[in-house]
Design a protein around this ligand. Structure first.
Ligand SMILES: Cc1cc2nc3c(=O)[nH]c(=O)nc-3n(C[C@H](O)[C@H](O)[C@H](O)COP(=O)(O)OP(=O)(O)OC[C@H]3O[C@@H](n4cnc5c(N)ncnc54)[C@H](O)[C@@H]3O)c2cc1C
Length: 566
């Protein structure tokens, strides 16, 4: 090593740690860079675990490879990058005064010190286990580490398990559900909250739940786990708070993660309200020579300004890149924060969101207007698939606050475009005239995202009155006698219908059937169709003919999350 080479030590060798080290190396070819990693592997693609477990690919090394197919082991780091990587080695203490970390070899317990000029903590997060009896039974696992992935993959391959319970309906829970269900294991997902996937609002989450049920999985919400049941130390079932017992041989706990900050806290580094290490936008902790990145920190939400724990792989890598440059060059490049963008695959659906959903936006004090819009993701002749989108904007300013999207169509690019609109602080009027790529294989001429912006703009300017499926259902359940018009064709009505007292007046028959409408033109009329495009046409016509209280049921039948007559 070059004399006076800068000593950069990185604690944690999965996502954020190696990214930091690799960037630091690119910025300084002479630095002495060391990664200290507790786990046996390095640079694990944790986000790929569900797909390895589910049999999408068989070679475990693919979780550890570079795009060129080289496994990122200590030999790779040394030869290709000149970085010393120690695995199965835990940093047990940070001596800030002498600027060194104390390490312990897991194999023999021996300890040694490694000095640093700059230290980067990338210690990740740890799974939260529900504090209920039986949590130590054999047959209960998380899906957080490579070891967990190996265990679940073996379980899948052994084909001995018939029933499993996934505890927690977050992103990892639903991905695990799909992986195991496709392996022929009967899955029940148990969620204590009223819905799965909390990055979505309730009505979109229900559409995803319905899809999971259609694929054979059971989804139980608003019912926390009360106990894990077992015999002779082995799991036999899961008991829920309402007394339901779900027999199973496997339980995967996916009830969230908390930042792993024990080491940092013991060294006197500051932790925030969300339990993550507090860093500035340069990723520096309250010690100017110690940085922190990835799942162990909390960062500002750029829309609310409040700090959040956002445990996402893309953010871990972006932060690592920033920290790597700063520790190598004493520069002050910044990672400003997150708008909290996420996506997951759930069988044939994708579910994604960026920015604030309605619930979070209201909690943050925004005065919001929302819309649900359903539409095909490309022309029908190109094999269109449905997307249901919810857009949230600030009343008054029209500033876009968030977008959610679920369905079998291509959510990903809509969420990506919406994320950039949020980064650019666009209004829905800006979004409504945005120039996105169009050709029939990829999207409709007016993209779903822009269409949602148009509908929301129509609502905000009073050109359209909307009503959510949820409100319609609640009012029907309360015994209200609503005047609902299904505006589709008779054949469509025959195949699928709500059956909540609606009348069928197809758009094409409206002009000659006006006599069937209420004579009191101030009476509320609710119109809809499959996606509520024809419903909107009918509403326009009725308003032009003196009806003053016509509402469109947003998203139509495709956004209806409740049971239907057909
Ligand atoms: C199943 C699964 C699916 C996911 N899917 C997605 C997805 O689709 N999209 C997405 O954006 N994110 C996803 N994530 C989240 C993403 O993987 C994490 O945000 C990312 O791995 C965080 O990286 P990190 O380096 O901060 O922490 P981690 O990946 O947790 O790595 C921390 C490392 O630090 C080591 N360590 C801890 N303490 C010490 C110590 N004292 N000494 C030495 N080493 C230590 C640990 O051994 C660990 O390997 C998923 C996560 C999981 C588990």
């Amino acid at each position: 090593m070059t004399q006076n080479a800068r000593r950069i030590v990185v604690v944690g060798g999965s996502a954020a740690g190696p990214k930091t080290a690799a960037k630091a190396r690119r910025m300084d070819q002479h630095a002495e860079i060391t990664i200290i990693q507790k786990a046996p592997d390095l640079s694990m693609a944790s986000c790929g675990y569900p797909y390895y477990v589910g049999g999408v690919f068989d070679d475990r090394n693919q979780l550890l490879c570079t795009p060129a197919g080289v496994v990122r082991d200590p030999g790779f780091f040394l030869n290709a990058k000149g970085i010393t990587a120690m695995t199965e080695t835990e940093v047990v203490a940070i001596d800030r005064e002498h600027k060194q970390v104390q390490c312990r070899k897991l194999a023999d317990g021996s300890t040694f010190d490694v000095p640093y000029d700059k230290l980067v903590l990338a210690t990740g997060a740890e799974p939260i286990m529900p504090p209920v009896p039986g949590a130590d039974l054999e047959g209960i696992t998380t899906l957080q580490s490579m070891r967990d992935a190996d265990f679940l993959r073996k379980t899948r391959d052994d084909k001995k398990i018939r029933k499993a319970v996934v505890v927690g309906g977050g992103l990892i829970g639903v991905e695990t559900c799909e992986a195991l269900e496709l392996a022929g294991i009967g899955i029940t997902v148990v969620e204590m909250l009223p819905q799965i996937l909390m990055f979505l609002d309730w009505e979109l989450a229900k559409l995803v739940e319905n899809h999971m049920r259609s694929k054979g999985s059971m989804v139980i919400t608003e019912n926390p786990v009360a106990a894990f049941l077992g015999e002779h130390g082995v799991l036999t079932g899961v008991k829920l708070k309402n007394g339901t017992e779900l027999p199973c041989e496997l339980a995967v706990v996916a009830t969230g993660v908390r930042p792993n900050t024990k080491l940092a806290q013991a060294a006197g580094l500051t932790v925030g309200k969300r339990g993550g290490l507090l860093v500035d936008t340069c990723m520096r902790t309250n010690d100017p020579d110690i940085y922190a990145v990835g799942d162990c920190i909390e960062i500002p939400n750029l829309i609310t300004g409040q700090r959040v724990h956002a445990p996402y792989g893309d953010l871990a890598n972006l932060q690592g890149r920033v920290a790597g440059q700063n520790v190598a060059t004493d520069s002050n490049i910044e990672f400003p924060g997150t708008i909290q963008t996420g996506i997951c695959k759930v069988f044939d659906y994708s579910a994604g969101a960026t920015g604030l959903n309605e619930r979070v936006a209201r909690d943050a004090g925004f005065d919001v207007e929302t819309v649900i819009s359903a539409a095909p993701d490309k022309p029908g002749f190109m094999g269109a698939k449905l997307l249901v989108m919810k857009m949230v904007a600030e009343r008054g300013t029209g500033r876009l606050l968030g977008v959610q999207c679920v369905g079998p169509g291509d959510c990903s690019k809509r969420i990506a475009a919406a994320a950039m609109a949020l980064h650019g602080k666009l209004t829905i009027a800006d979004l409504g005239v945005a120039d996105l790529p169009y050709a029939p294989p990829f999207s409709p001429a007016i993209d779903n995202l822009i269409m949602a912006a148009h509908v929301l703009e129509n609502k905000m300017t009073g050109r359209m009155r909307g009503i959510s499926c949820r409100e319609v259902k609640a009012r029907v359940d309360a015994g209200e006698n609503l005047f609902l018009i299904d505006t589709r064709g008779a054949d469509e009505f025959e195949q699928m219908r709500l059956g909540i007292g609606e009348v069928l007046i197809p758009l094409g028959a409206l002009r000659r059937r006006m006599n069937e409408l209420p004579t009191d033109k101030s009476r509320e009329i609710i119109t809809y169709c499959k996606i509520s495009l024809r419903g909107y046409e009918v509403a326009n016509y009725l308003e032009a003919h003196g009806y003053t209280n016509v509402k469109v049921m947003e998203g139509g039948l495709m956004a209806w999350p409740f049971p239907r007559e057909k």
